[in-house]
Design a protein. Structure first.
Length: 85
């Protein structure tokens, strides 16, 4: 049986992340993906017969970015809470 005493030291260490850093991480992740998402829309939309101006692609990317930011933050907090239990 593996107990706390028999684990390697790095297995006993517990990393926690503040809510602020969770938000910073989620924002960074979303910001890096934003340009790729817009570029993908510009390439893929025409395959499905969808025509959007560059400004519309930017706006739609912004909507999806906002949703992604909220999702990433909420999931990070959910998993952080679950890990503490």
């Amino acid at each position: 049986m593996v107990t706390r005493e028999t684990r390697a030291p790095h297995e006993n260490a517990r990393m926690t992340q503040s809510r602020r850093m969770s938000l910073v991480e989620a924002m960074t992740n979303v910001a890096v993906g934003y340009a790729l998402a817009v570029a993908t829309q510009i390439v893929v939309f025409p395959w499905f017969g969808l025509q959007a101006s560059f400004g519309e692609n930017l706006a739609l990317g912004g909507v999806f970015t906002g949703i992604s930011l909220l999702r990433g933050y909420a999931l990070r907090r959910l998993f952080e809470t679950a890990q503490r239990r």
